[in-house]
Design a protein around this ligand. Structure first.
Ligand code: GLC
Length: 482
């Protein structure tokens, strides 16, 4: 009889929800391995930052420690673990990696020793692979990228590596001297490997040496091959395009489910859309906004240039002159914070709350009529997916994953398996304003507007088929070994 042994995989990420999160990477690192766990024996590994609540999640020492030697310096690392919602997590603790107030550095800055911190994380990941002999190592973003090279140069390892690019703008670029400090020889300081304008670029290590490179939407997979979106790596990516594939992200449809969401004031589904109003009423009360009949336009996200903050801030005086309410919530760069504060003080229909809180953001999706996402670039974007699931109409700029997940409302087709919303293409505040005005006008046509909202709520945004694409990718890579 043939015995069927499941594929074993280690999924490594520098942030995983709910333990540590700065952006969408954490959400995907939570939900994708869960979706894969019905097909693959999968473990998730991440750093044990000191900000993680060990007690809350019952994170315990596994009694395993290792001295990881990097360029002559031993780094003491200890493994911790927990089970959370049926998934197995391994946490790597080492003082230089873990004992900090922030994951990567204070807002807008990176710690000066991040190369060493995440280099060490990458070594520790490969140590886990050696210890437990995983078939597949799935790496995410530059913080794990060096692992692909370490697996490649180890003749004893035949683990297959998959590297997912969540955001090409962050590549892990450091001074040349760090190459030696990371225990990597000069033979890897070439244009075809880590060299990047005289520096080292850790993301290049994974693009060069991973067996497969994925990114989080098919559109972004095409865009990063162009100078506009390639962040200087377009040529390098082109030379590896045979192993590049775009798979659209999904969202965890249990975690994001307005009919079961305990964070909401009132739960609802596509048949009880009017219950959104109960949530909206509470939200207006909390934020000091007036008049429930006004449509509520929200922005939720990191306050960084990528998310189109300059366009948004520029458009706000104009947008606020419409009889609507605007709610902005997020954390990030100080100059955006002060501009938004100024605009909220100037217009009584703008409320700005600095900070991030998962439960509050669920309530905002449930309360809002529109979500604005004027992103300059967007590898995938998760907020437009969450919005559609919560019956909130997305207003997006046509870029990256926003193109793949939101079709223009003018082309509404009830049989489509994709959601619809307002889509604009120019990277200008005028284009955003115009789109918001159109959206505002359509809001009055309740019947047709709600029809689209209901359709969006029923579209399958879950990981289902998308996780299967990753599974097939793992399977294909492993079948190549025999
Ligand atoms: C990054 C990207 C975002 C993507 C997320 C998860 O945060 O900016 O577009 O959705 O990663 O892959």
């Amino acid at each position: 009889m043939r015995s069927i042994k499941p594929i074993t995989a280690l999924f490594a990420s520098s942030e995983v929800f709910p333990f540590a999160k700065s952006g969408g990477l954490a959400d995907v690192s939570y939900s994708l391995p869960r979706a894969l766990s019905s097909m693959v024996a999968i473990t998730v590994a991440m750093p044990l930052y000191r900000t993680i609540d060990r007690e809350k999640y019952s994170i315990k020492p596994l009694g395993i420690s290792a001295e990881i030697n990097i360029s002559g310096t031993p780094h003491h690392t200890e493994l911790y673990g927990c089970e959370y919602q049926g998934m197995e997590y391994i946490f790597i603790h080492s003082p230089v990696l873990s004992e900090r107030d922030y994951l990567y550095g204070p807002p807008g800055e990176g710690y000066v020793d991040n190369a060493l911190r995440f280099g060490l994380f990458s070594y520790a990941i490969v140590d886990l692979v050696k210890r437990y002999r995983f078939d597949v190592l799935h790496l995410n973003d530059w913080q794990t990228a060096l692992s692909a090279l370490l697996v490649h140069r180890d003749p004893d390892l035949n683990t297959k590596t998959v590297f997912t690019i969540h955001n090409l703008a962050y590549q892990g670029i450091f001074d040349h001297h760090m190459l030696g400090a990371l225990g990597i020889s000069d033979e890897y300081f070439t244009m075809g490997t880590l060299e990047y304008y005289g520096n080292i670029n850790l993301m290049k290590a994974a693009i060069a040496f991973a067996d497969k490179v994925t990114t989080v939407s098919p559109q972004y997979a095409k865009e990063i091959l162009t100078p506009e979106y390639g962040n200087g790596l377009e040529g390098f990516l082109q030379s590896h395009s045979d192993k590049l594939v775009g798979i659209l992200n999904g969202i965890d449809s249990t975690h994001f489910s307005p009919k079961d969401d305990k964070a909401l004031v009132k739960r609802y589904d596509s048949k009880s859309l009017s219950n959104k109003k109960v949530n909206k009423k509470a939200c207006l009360k909390e934020t000091g906004l007036q008049d429930i009949e006004r449509p509520l336009f929200v922005f939720i996200g990191r306050l960084v240039a990528q998310k189109g903050l300059d366009i948004l801030i520029d458009a706000l005086d104009d947008i606020a002159s419409l009889p609507i309410n605007i709610l902005i919530r997020g954390e990030g760069e100080e100059h955006y914070r002060s501009e938004l504060k100024r605009l909220a003080a100037k217009h009584e229909n703008i409320s700005f709350i600095y900070g991030y809180d998962e439960a509050i953001s669920h309530r905002i999706y449930a309360s809002a009529d529109f979500l604005m996402m004027p992103s300059l670039y967007e590898p995938c974007g998760l907020n437009q997916l969450i919005a559609m699931r919560y019956g909130t109409m997305p207003i997006v700029r046509s870029t990256g994953g926003l193109i793949d997940s939101v079709l223009p409302i003018e082309e509404y087709d009830a049989s489509s398996t994709t959601g619809h919303g307002f889509v604009f293409s120019q990277e200008t505040s005028d284009a955003l304003s115009l789109s918001v005005t159109k959206a505002f006008e359509s809001y009055a046509k309740k019947r047709s507007f709600n029809k689209v909202l209901r359709h969006n709520m029923q579209v399958d945004l879950s990981w289902g088929d998308r996780a299967k694409q990753y599974f097939e990718l793992y399977t294909t890579l492993l079948s190549k070994t025999v």
